[in-house]
Design a protein around this ligand. Structure first.
Ligand SMILES: C[S@@+](CC[C@H](N)C(=O)[O-])C[C@H]1O[C@@H](n2cnc3c(N)ncnc32)[C@H](O)[C@@H]1O
Length: 221
């Protein structure tokens, strides 16, 4: 069942190689590092992360981006629904002393205290969630952020040629053969609407080739 995220993602991350492939479509560590650096660079340039920030990643996987984000912030918290992913993330980030790992139910951020986070980001996770669960994380991010804190989310962009290619590739899979965690596309408007409805302001959206990135700020007071 698609919404049983814990079951699906624990199953696809039984070995390190499987976990890396589920997250990054490759278990070539150099390639995974390159893409983690690129994601981090985007966050630094567009959203902004400072050395005083406590940063939370929702759906951190093996810590592909966390391994680089952790170098730029005071504390990095990797949260994921899959205990296997968290185990491989902890291995992958073992050289850092400013990181912690939190297991989620898949539907909320209950283990994270209200107003305790400066930046929340969630990358390459929304395609795998049902729309109500995407919005639940946006609402929960609003709760855990301090006033002035920032949220970044992204999704496969239905309105780009590369995103449409993903749509067509997944449409070609017979309905009963689609795995529960298959990626679904979003429109930029969908993500902007979630942030607006949850109360974020200064919302920005940047369509890339395949992903559309949207970020915003929780009002200061
Ligand atoms: C494609 S991977 C992306 C991992 C990481 N964000 C990255 O960019 O490398 C999707 C991740 O989201 C996690 N995930 C899936 N559903 C989730 C949910 N409902 N709550 C939290 N994490 C979830 C999976 O376990 C997996 O680690």
């Amino acid at each position: 069942m698609r919404s049983d995220y814990k079951q699906s993602w624990t199953t696809v991350s039984k070995t390190k190689s499987q976990a890396f492939k589920s997250v990054a479509a490759t278990d070539d560590e150099a390639e995974v590092e390159r893409s983690g650096q690129a994601t981090t660079q985007f966050l630094l340039e567009n959203v902004g992360i400072t050395s005083d920030d406590v940063v939370l990643e929702i759906g951190c996987g093996i810590g592909r981006a966390g391994k680089f984000v952790a170098r730029h912030c005071k504390r990095w918290i990797g949260a994921d629904v899959s205990p296997n992913m968290l185990k491989y993330a902890a291995e992958n980030l073992r050289q850092f002393h400013n990181v912690e790992f939190v297991e989620l139910t898949g539907y909320d951020l209950k283990p994270i205290a209200t107003g305790s986070i400066d930046v929340v980001y969630c990358t390459v996770v929304f395609p795998h969630l049902m729309q109500w669960d995407r919005y639940a994380y946006v609402e929960e991010a609003f709760r855990v952020l301090r006033g002035g804190g920032k949220l970044y989310v992204d999704a496969v962009n239905l309105c780009s040629d590369a995103g449409w290619k993903v749509f067509e590739a997944h449409r070609a899979i017979l309905p009963l053969e689609r795995v529960p965690e298959i990626g679904e596309c979003s429109t930029p408007q969908e993500l902007v609407e979630y942030l607006r409805r949850a109360g974020f302001e200064s919302i920005k959206s940047k369509p890339g080739d395949e992903l559309v990135a949207v970020w915003g700020q929780k009002p200061k007071s």
